[in-house]
Design a protein around this ligand. Sequence first.
Ligand code: MN
Length: 402
Amino acid sequence: MKIAIVSDLHLGYERFEDDAFSQAREALEEASRLSDAVLIPGDIFDKRYPRPEVISQAINIFRELSKKRWGASIVGHNGATPIHTSAPIIAIPGTHERIAEGKDNAVRLLSLAGLLADTSEATTVIQKGDEKVSVFGLGGIAEELVKERLAGLDPKPTKGAFSIFMFHQSVYEMLPYSEHFIRYADLPKGFDLYVSGHMHSRQEASVHGKKLLIPGSTVLTQMKGEEQASKGFIVFDTQDGTHRFVQINSRPYVLGTIEVKDAKPSELLEKCDAEIERLISGKGAKPIVRIKINGTLAKGFDKADLQVHALTMRYAPKAFLSIDTSQLSSPGTELMIDELREGKIGDMPIKELGMLTLAQKLKEFGADPKIGYTELFSLLSSQASKDKILKAANEMLFTDGS
Ligand SMILES: [Mn+2]
């Protein structure tokens, strides 16, 4: 049997909503052409509570998909909630669809409508001729709960069927950021294939001697460097254990970096123009371009002088431009922060500057220049109560000291 794995469609992703829709549709249509069944390991939707127009996008896609002539059909399902289709479109909710335990999430709704089969914490069996394939699914849950949940569920492969374990989590060996992330060794043993969503760039590994396949998302959502790779899905062949990646038409995404040292805004903008032109040349569709600027601006300039918004608008007809200036600093600002940390501005300590300001103000009010400004300043900046300070200041300013 040929099994397509299409993941992380993120329908309703606001920044590139049309892309999410058209790329999901293309991936699923192509998957139906090339395979006998399709698995969707989570994040069909981008939001927990998708807007009605996003739900209608999903209904349109999955209604058409269910009507295709599939090689395989569903012959068994042991979940607590029954399924209402025999079309082999098998899904789990991802972390983006996760809502309170026991409530019907958006993927469950599609399953209740008979548009796909939600196989959360259940096994669904499909058949083509004499061949059976089973899929156990675990929807995306909080990372710190996953090991305990798996221990409780204790998923087992199905006798007489090619058994697939489908989940939606971060895997530690691929993303070593948290001790809570599941490791290869934590995945249940005995399955013939492991598939996951959640990670948006394509990954492959070996788990308990079998393949772990992650197709990545069908739409760009994270703007990470690795997302420059092409988007698409995986087709796995249960007969010979091979798989291949099928690319879809996705909006190109390119990332550029500019290094500058003491640059004037005009020089930096020239560099940006050159880099953007280089990155977009030869890209057919209007690409997504992200430029990271690292380094420093010349003295006297700050980030506001770059007018990044104007630049983004100027390129709007040609590219979706995003400029990251978080690693760009202006020496003026840095110097000032350092000075403030040391308790001075310029060469003058902040306390003296304060005193000078106070003296100037008092002079403007016509106060007696013989008043002890130092004494008054330390009185005003003391921790004493307001009443006490007022009384003392009054005496000092309005009583003849002689
Ligand atoms: Mn996702």
